[in-house]
Design a protein around this ligand. Sequence first.
Ligand SMILES: O=C(O)CCC(=O)N[C@@H](C(=O)O)c1ccccc1
Length: 368
Amino acid sequence: MRIEQIELRRIELPFVAPFETSGWREEANHSVLVRLFAQGAEGWGEAPVGVGPWYNEETSATAWVMLREILAPLILQVDLDGPEGVEAAFARVRANRMARSGIEFAAWDLFGRLRGQSLTSMLGGTRMSVDVGVSVGVQSSIEALLEVVGAYVAAGYQRVKLKIKPGWDIEPTRAIRERWPDLRLQVDANSIYTLADAAHLAQLDAFNLLLIEQPLAHDDIFDHAKLQPQLRTPICLDESIVSPEHARWALEMGACGVINIKPSRVGGLTAARQIHDMAQAAGVPVWCGGMLETGIGRAANVALASLPNFSLPGDISASERYFKRDIVTNPFRLNPDSTLSVPTGPGSGAEVDMEYLEHVTVEKVIIG
Ligand SMILES: O=C(O)CCC(=O)N[C@@H](C(=O)O)c1ccccc1
């Protein structure tokens, strides 16, 4: 099948509150959205890039250029038998995995809608609902943190992830653990520490955490393998795992006990499923990370998280945690058991709110 036309949109969708990590701050969702047209149907995908190259090397500007100049023209030349063909079509494209995932997600959605098949069933999902948690940014004080976490726990979230950094790590984590002794709790450093911090990080072992996410460099596996034996808490890799090959290296080197799979970080759902399968074969649990996506990217994450080895709660919170109004007419809502329901309609199940999407679109182009 040939894609007949591609629509690209850059959006600006403000968050209900700024989101602060160990090294930067996000005020709004600046994703590039992809809409594929073929045989009277359409599929939507989201490249969840930010304004700056702080999480990885991509930005909304780089993704916009890559999609407009390289990826969209390339995929228009390709005969696709199925969504897995996108990964193959982009095999010679180096890096730019979030931009690539925008088209790849849209192809999965498109084929699902054409075949009348849900994304979860296309991927091999086994769950009707997925366990989710909430990611809490760096706060101005311990009191503020207790208030923010208290509100999320009251809202029904049963797993909390805390962003940490030097000077905001041991004490905030201790305060949350002391207030909620049985809460499922994990921390995310976004690559801010070095091996020299091993003894400091080992203090986190006292808090019965599910994992310590990405303590060391964003592109490192070797040093994480040296750090893991010094910690009782499992290391979880996020930024370092950009492909199935990186996952194999990490698993063979014992660099982590858990993997955070973000389909956008690895170029799409095809690679994400491969990493899921490799980790399952190695007896390593995975969970689905988040990139502050709209309901379009969130739908892909929920479908992926329905696969059997996604045994830890994901960073896939309800839409209202991020946006006053989402760009879909069916935003995800949190179920009382801290889960999101997996859509069972054709494709991703996301229904785009075109009127509101127009309102938050900064730039649009049609290709083909
Ligand atoms: O709930 C969410 O989608 C955010 C989850 C989260 O903490 N994402 C982090 C991360 O490093 O995993 C992040 C990524 C990109 C930008 C900001 C934050």
